[in-house]
Design a protein around this ligand. Structure first.
Ligand SMILES: NC(=O)c1ccc[n+]([C@@H]2O[C@H](COP(=O)([O-])OP(=O)(O)OC[C@H]3O[C@@H](n4cnc5c(N)ncnc54)[C@H](OP(=O)(O)O)[C@@H]3O)[C@@H](O)[C@H]2O)c1
Length: 257
């Protein structure tokens, strides 16, 4: 993939952490006049991310809670921002927003349907909705290429104790996008697993896992200084996109690049 193209980019969960770094690093590489839509709940976090992006790109922020999204508002926003799709040479959506769920419940302990539904609204349902909005705004065309990046996890392909909802959500997202890759050969799909990254989510894991045995590997990552920074892992993602060394729908782990 060549970066120097006029690109339309939507990034969810762009107010901090990995999503912010994706926005900043992608903005430095795309052609001037590219447009970035940054979405999350925190308006101030989004503004800070925007301030860190290259001044050569147009950045628009959209505050939305993807647990209970106002679908019409988001659809209108995207439709307006992408009113002239042929202005772009590439369109990219990065499904990055995500949450851990209650790490203190084991798989046998989920009995509140609202809790379960809220989790899947954010981590699966909203991703599917946004993906459809994106593909409708950028229908199949000779004018531009389309790329869907899902920020996934090792948890999407391997079970981890304490992470029942997280593992299920990540596995579901991946499978949905693998079907998309099969159905739509002109849409390139990447499920990128960023490895253990030092963000607020890493802190939430330590705060959420009460059982010593389950906490231990995460404490060790910290003690050993083995966590990646968002810049490390997004550097690898950029390297992977440049090489094009994956099949559409693949799950690629940072440590395999
Ligand atoms: N950190 C890791 O070790 C690691 C490892 C593997 C995969 N991942 C994945 O990487 C992605 C980014 O994680 P991160 O580590 O950067 O975590 P983070 O720092 O906690 O960032 C999460 C992002 O998601 C957004 N978000 C959370 N709930 C939301 C909601 N209800 N509506 C809209 N946006 C919401 C947050 O924004 P607001 O709070 O402003 O809404 C924030 O921008 C996640 O999908 C995560 O599963 C992380």
């Amino acid at each position: 993939m060549e970066w120097n193209k006029k690109t339309f980019v939507i990034i969810t969960g762009a107010s901090k952490g990995i999503g912010r770094t994706i926005a900043v690093e992608f903005s430095k590489r795309v052609a001037a006049g590219s447009k970035f839509i940054l979405l999350a709940r925190s308006a101030s976090g989004l503004e800070e991310s925007k301030s860190l992006c290259s001044p050569d790109v147009v950045v628009e922020t959209l505050t939305a809670n993807l647990e209970s999204p106002d679908a019409q508002k988001i659809k209108n926003f995207i439709a307006e921002a992408a009113a002239n799709p042929d202005d772009y040479e590439r369109a990219v959506i990065v499904h990055n927003a995500g949450s851990l769920g209650n790490l203190q419940r084991s798989a046998k302990d989920f009995e509140d349907l609202d809790e379960i539904n809220n989790y899947f609204n954010l981590n699966v349902g909203s991703m599917i909705l946004l993906n459809t909005m994106f593909l409708k705004a950028f229908p199949k065309s000779e004018k531009y290429k389309r790329l869907v990046i899902n920020i996934t996890s090792l948890c999407g392909i391997k079970p981890f104790q304490g992470f029942a909802l997280y593992c299920t959500g990540k596995a579901t997202r991946e499978m949905f996008l693998k079907v998309l890759a099969l159905e739509e050969p002109t849409v390139k799909v990447l499920n990128y697993s960023p490895g253990p990254v030092l963000t607020d989510m890493a802190d939430e894991i330590l705060a959420g896992l009460k059982c010593h045995e389950l906490r231990k590997p995460f404490e060790d990552l910290r003690t050993n200084g083995s966590y990646l920074t968002p810049e490390d892992t997004i550097g690898k993602l950029i390297q992977l996109l440049e090489s094009g060394n994956f099949e559409s729908g693949d799950h690629v782990d940072v440590f395999d690049i």
